[in-house]
Design a protein around this ligand. Structure first.
Ligand SMILES: N[C@@H]1[C@@H](O)[C@H](O)[C@@H](COP(=O)(O)O)O[C@@H]1O
Length: 236
């Protein structure tokens, strides 16, 4: 795992963007796996400010809250349109359908999209408990797209995006860890001291479903971009 220490989230966004640009220039990046949360926002800002054309690229997002429509401001579809796709159109952009009522059909549909569009570069953030996507501790490492329940600490962390905690959905559709691990390259961005334990578990911890991100130790092309505060728990 390559670790790139950056000054702050702005510098991290530039670094992550450079890696995507490099992939696009050498033709190794046609399909991007994308993430929500606050951590990748600076990378999206760089993408939007760039002169790059993404119109022959495909984007596949990690997850979506159950019960939110794409027009709902708190939905991840809305977030992605607002932060990236409205400014830089992609050939296709996929986000799970939070309103899908047939759970199995939706999960199968999403897995088929992933199978038909192998992910070249997967962008990840990380939850304070080490979750990736919405794959909470305990998720099997070979999991595929599923409807998942969110744990209390995740609801607590994500309530800042909602008017009140009761509005935070308690379930989501999430791409599985098995699919994330199939991406050719993974770039995980993390900033701030709230991520200290998660990054320690991811980089140095035992590979255990207790810290979902620890499985990334087994992937041979992972770049971690983080600031000093988030890296403070690492032994070296
Ligand atoms: N499902 C998302 C994750 O994909 C994201 O990594 C995490 C951290 O978000 P932030 O970057 O805002 O700390 O939030 C949510 O739970």
């Amino acid at each position: 795992m390559e670790i790139i220490k950056v000054q702050d989230q702005v510098a991290g966004g530039k670094k992550a963007f450079e890696l995507i640009k490099e992939g696009m220039e050498n033709d190794s990046a046609k399909v991007l796996g994308l993430a929500t949360g606050s951590s990748p926002i600076t990378m999206y800002q760089e993408m939007v400010a760039s002169d790059l054309d993404f119109s022959d690229m495909t984007a596949i997002n990690l997850d979506e809250y159950v019960g939110l429509k794409g027009t709902d401001e708190q939905s991840y579809r809305f977030f992605m349109n607002d932060k990236l796709f409205n400014h830089k159109p992609f050939k296709a952009s996929y986000v799970p359908d939070g309103m899908a009522t047939d759970e199995k059909a939706e999960c199968d549909r999403y897995d088929e999209i992933i199978a038909n569009n192998p992910i070249d570069i997967q962008i990840l953030g990380i939850g304070t408990n080490g979750h990736i996507g919405f794959n909470e501790p305990g998720t099997p490492f070979d999991s595929q797209t599923r409807r998942v329940g969110l744990v209390e600490s995740t609801i607590e962390s994500n309530k800042r995006f909602f008017d009140k905690k009761e509005d935070v959905p308690t379930e989501a559709y999430s791409m599985g860890i098995g699919s994330i691990m199939k991406a050719k390259k993974i770039i995980l961005v993390a900033y701030g001291e709230s991520k200290i334990d998660a990054l320690k578990g991811m980089v140095e911890g035992p590979i255990s479903t207790d810290c979902p991100a620890s499985i990334l130790q087994k992937h041979d092309n992972v770049v971690l971009i983080a600031d000093e505060a988030a890296l403070a728990g690492l032994s070296k």
